[in-house]
Structures are given as structure tokens and as C-alpha cells.
Design a protein around this ligand. Structure first.
Ligand code: G3H
Length: 544
């Protein structure tokens, strides 16, 4: 492992006790004892889970992760209470929420968004402390989420407008709309705990479903400021929150067979376990964002400055902890040395530090044991002939791991196929384009790829087969999910269902219609119902 200059590199990395700037500090630990079920904030006095930050402080007796609070460690009993509450609110589709008009549901979501925007500073600060995301990026995550909700409300209006008319085919008249699915279990990931959770939870609610929401393993307390807003904005039981170990609280939910849709962003291994617990898997709709190992391919004519810039963003934004991150770089042999040199220099210029420091890129990692896991990946590669190209690469202390650019990576190394989800950049040199193409075909993942080159003919030849292997081909640009109006999905082990502002509304709903033979009796009935606004479904009301 690279220990050269570690002392200098990490000198004053962590603050001393009392040395945290007051505007970023947490005034006091967030000891959450409440959980939301059936419109009540219930008090929990059972076992609690202690929450520590990836940020450490120098204590005199070594560096220690800062304890920032705790939250309930619920059991299967409370989890089933949450399920009963959601089922009651949905009431087989007859509940107040699923039968409300679209306009009324939009108003409730707008009210929630207003309440949420009032909590921005509290949520951003907790996001930063819980997962170590820079303050600037934590703010971006919050703002992006608000924009996502607002865009979703507009998309819902569009969807409703299109469905506000009758269709007449032959002698059948019908009105076709989208209706909710039922009870949704929503589980987001720790790297974008607010944004990615809400990109499924909000559309699920808007479509009229009732939700049980389990926050990710890190990024739990940041939802506490929203519990009141959930309670105030929605009818009892429409949003329920559960906390604790997945095995204990998720398993009974799935085993009940009463969860109609699973929104999960995490690993395919966990998704499989959860899905398999449902006694009737055909009744379960799954919307999944899973593993990925997006490659970049640098062709011989790639613009190196541009490629370095995009690969740096792609591989090391939020320390490489993005599902969309570039997790392996295939560089043509003719430009490999030059690329490695410039890329290593660029890595050395990245600022390391605490999440509140201006301009910081590299911050502590939230997962306990992650530096050790990353060291294991490095040892495996070094043992098989790879080297760490950049100064200080792989240097580690407590919760921090300095990025390692590893070259040459070969098929037998773990880094070649394992999703590192952290600050290691494996580089493979290739002579024949068939090598990276075969890698993509044989990979378990199929989310995105980035191509770097200038020749339109060469790029076009790659685009056509690659769009059938992955779900987004990025030209001279890093892999990414945004803009959120673009479809985000993957093949193989990378996803199930497509997310985007408009697609997600479809994911959490099903097409359903009212149809009738267009005879005088039925025409009179339909006219009476619509003119007198007797139904929220069978209606020609148009949202302006
Ligand atoms: O972890 C995956 C996130 O959705 C990343 O979003 O690629 O737009 O930064 P992004």
C-alpha cells in the first residue's frame, strides 16, 4: 500500500474537538425516537441504532467518528403495523387518497414540497454529516430533488390532460387513465439518500399509492425534519416510516404478500432476496436501480484534456460512490501513457478535506470497513502485477481513502469485474476495440458507457452495437443519470423499469379504463356523471 507522505497528506485532515465551524456543526445530536405510522408520530422506547458520521475528530486518544444521533431499531411487529396502516389507507383502492382527484393529489404534494423547502438547511446539514457529501453537493442534491418534485407535478398534469378525453372506437366509448398499484415499499440508496429515494417515493404517492418507506443504511436522520410534513400533507397511513435491519423489518412485509410494488435502489443481491420473499412474485411490480460498472473507452484520437476532465468527474465525484460512476477505463495503448500521466496529475490536484471545506472533492467514506475493502481490491491487483500510478494513491486513514489509479488492470483481477463503488480507478490498455466491446458483452451489468474520440465514423460504428448492450451511450462525456427528464435504466443486473420524471409516474401505475357500448343509455349515464362531476376517474375536467 502507498504510505509515502501519508503524514503530510493527512495532517490536519480531521478537525480537533471544538474545531468544527459553527455554521456547519450540528447544534446537538439528533436523537430520533419517533416513527410515522397511521398519521401518528409514535414514540419508540426500544433498542436504538447509534448513528456515527464518516467525519472524525481528533480526541487526543486518536481519531473517532462523531456520534451524531440515533434512530429507532424497530422490529417486525412495528413493520407489520406500518403495513396494516398503508393497507387501510389504500383500502383496496377505495381509500380517500387513491380515489382523490389528480388535482387534489397535486395540491397535497405541492403543500409537502413547500413544507420541505422550509427545512432545507436542516436537511442539507444532516445529509453532509451522515454520508460525508460536500456541503455544496448536499445543497445540490436538495435543490435537484425539489426541482424533480416540481417537474413531476407538471408531468402529472400533462398525463391527466391527455387522459381527460373519451376515445370512441367502433361502437365502444371509453376513458383510459392510469390508476395506482396499491401498497409500495420504497427503499433508496445511501449515496443519494434524499434524491434517489424521492425520485420513486414522490411519483408513487402522486399516482395514489400508499407508501411504506425505509431509509437507507446511512442517511436516515435527514428525513426526520420531514416526518411532520408527511403527517400534515397526506391522509393518515399514506406515508409510513420504518427503521432497522432489513432482515428483521423488510422480510415480514414481503412475506405477507401485501406489498404490490417494490421501489429499491441498491445491489441486485439484496433486490433478489427481497423479491424472493414475496409469496406471489407475479403480483409484485419491481422498480429497481441496481449494480453497474460503467466503462469509458478512450479511442486513439480522443481529446486527452477533455477525456481527463470527464473521466475525473465520472470516476471520482463523491469519491466514486455513484451508481453511474465510471468504474473502469479502457484506454487505447497509443495514448495510455500520456493519459495516465495527465489523469494522475489531475487526481493530485483534487482537494481532500472535510465536507464543509470550500472546493473539497474528496471526503470521508460513510461505510464502516470500506477503506479495508478497497485495500483488499488494491492488494489483489498489485499481487497480480498492477501498480498504483498516482502519488499517494491508496493512502488511507480512518474513514478516508485517497484515490488510486491502478494500471495495468487485467481480467483476472477483482477490479476488472467487481463494482468498487469507491475511489479506485482501474485502467486497462487495449490494442483492439474488440477487447472493451467483449468486456461489455460479457459483463453482468448494462447501465451506460462513455466513448471518447473525434472520428464520427468510428463512433457511429460503436454506437449501433452499444445501444443494444447498455441504456445510455455518452459521447465525450461522463456517464450520468441527469437530466432527470431523460430515461434512466439498465440491462442485465443493472435495473428493472425505467426512471425519469414522466416514466416513473407510469412505473407506479397501471392503465385502467371505463368502457361502454355507445348506446343512448350509456351515453346518458356518462354525460350525467361527467357533467355533474360525480366521479374523480370518469371526468373530462382539465387541469389548467
Ligand atoms: O448514483 C446514481 C445517481 O443517480 C447519480 O446521478 O449521475 O446524475 O450524478 P448523476
Amino acid at each position: 500500500m502507498n504510505t509515502v507522505n501519508n503524514e503530510n497528506l493527512f495532517a490536519n485532515l480531521y478537525p480537533k474537538q471544538g474545531g468544527i465551524p459553527v455554521e456547519f456543526d450540528l447544534p446537538e445530536p439528533v436523537n430520533q425516537t419517533e416513527y410515522l405510522i397511521d398519521g401518528e408520530l409514535r414514540h419508540w422506547d426500544g433498542p436504538m441504532h447509534e448513528v456515527t458520521s464518516p467525519v472524525c475528530v481528533e480526541t487526543g486518544a486518536g481519531c473517532k467518528r462523531v456520534v451524531i444521533g440515533c434512530h429507532p431499531q424497530l422490529t417486525g411487529k412495528e413493520s407489520l403495523e406500518a403495513l396494516a396502516s398503508a393497507s387501510k389507507a389504500y383500502d383496496h383502492g377505495g381509500g380517500e387518497w387513491p380515489t382523490r382527484s389528480v388535482q387534489q393529489r397535486i395540491e397535497a404534494l405541492a403543500d409537502f414540497t413547500y413544507r420541505m423547502s422550509q427545512k432545507k438547511s436542516e436537511i442539507v446539514r444532516l445529509l453532509m454529516w451522515e454520508i460525508g457529501k460536500s456541503y455544496q453537493d448536499s445543497e445540490k442534491e436538495f435543490d435537484r430533488t425539489i426541482t424533480y418534485i416540481e417537474d413531476t407535478l407538471e408531468a402529472m398534469k400533462d398525463l391527466d390532460r391527455v387522459s381527460s378525453r373519451f376515445v370512441i372506437q367502433g361502437d365502444i366509448i371509453g376513458q383510459i387513465r392510469r390508476a395506482p398499484l396499491g401498497v409500495v415499499l420504497s427503499m433508496g440508496p445511501f449515496n443519494y439518500p434524499l434524491n434517489e429515494t424521492f425520485t420513486t417515493l414522490i411519483p408513487a404517492l402522486l399516482m395514489g399509492n400508499a407508501v411504506i418507506f425505509k431509509p437507507p443504511k446511512f442517511g436516515v436522520l435527514l428525513f426526520r425534519p420531514l416526518l411532520e410534513a408527511f403527517r400534515e400533507a397526506f391522509p393518515p397511513g399514506v406515508v409510513n416510516t420504518i427503521y432497522g435491519s432489513g432482515a428483521e423489518i423488510v422480510s415480514p412485509l414481503m412475506a405477507s404478500g401485501q406489498v404490490d410494488a417494490l421501489a429499491f435502489i441498491g445491489t441486485s443481491r439484496v433486490a433478489d432476496t427481497i423479491q424472493q420473499q414475496h409469496p406471489k412474485p407475479h403480483r409484485l411490480r419491481s422498480i429497481l436501480g441496481l449494480d453497474a460498472k460503467n466503462p469509458a473507452i478512450l479511442l486513439p484520437d480522443a481529446d486527452l484534456d477533455l477525456a481527463v476532465r470527464e473521466c475525473l468527474l465520472g470516476s471520482l465525484t463523491f469519491n466514486g460512490q455513484r451508481c453511474t460512476a465510471l468504474k473502469i477505463l479502457f484506454v487505447h495503448a497509443s495514448i495510455c501513457e500520456a493519459f495516465l500521466e495527465r489523469f494522475s496529475e489531475a487526481v493530485s490536484r483534487l482537494k481532500i478535506g472535510m465536507p464543509w471545506e470550500p472546493g473539497v472533492t474528496l471526503t470521508p467514506l460513510p461505510e464502516v470497513g470500506k477503506p479495508k475493502y478497497l485495500e483488499g481490491l488494491l492488494q489483489d491487483a498489485l499481487g497480480q502485477g498492477a501498480r498504483i500510478v498516482n502519488p499517494n494513491g491508496g493512502a488511507t486513514t480512518e474513514t478516508f481513502f485517497f484515490p488510486a489509479v491502478v494500471y495495468p488492470v487485467k481480467a483476472s483481477m477483482r477490479l476488472y469485474s467487481e463494482e468498487q463503488f469507491g475511489p479506485i480507478v482501474p485502467v486497462v490498455s487495449f490494442d483492439d476495440i474488440e477487447e472493451p466491446m467483449r468486456y461489455i458483452v460479457e459483463s453482468n451489468y448494462g447501465q451506460q458507457v462513455s466513448l471518447f474520440g473525434k472520428d464520427p465514423d468510428a463512433l457511429a460504428q460503436l454506437i449501433d452495437p452499444l445501444v443494444n448492450q447498455v441504456c445510455r451511450v455518452n459521447l465525450n462525456s461522463q456517464c450520468q443519470r441527469s437530466p432527470d427528464t431523460f430515461p434512466f435504466t439498465g440491462r442485465k443486473d443493472s435495473a428493472e423499469g425505467t426512471l425519469s420524471v414522466s416514466d416513473t409516474l407510469r412505473c407506479f401505475s397501471i392503465r385502467t379504463l371505463v368502457a361502454a357500448r355507445a348506446d343512448p343509455l350509456n351515453k346518458a349515464i356518462i354525460t350525467d356523471i361527467t357533467r355533474k362531476n360525480k366521479s374523480n376517474f370518469l371526468t373530462t375536467n382539465f387541469i389548467l
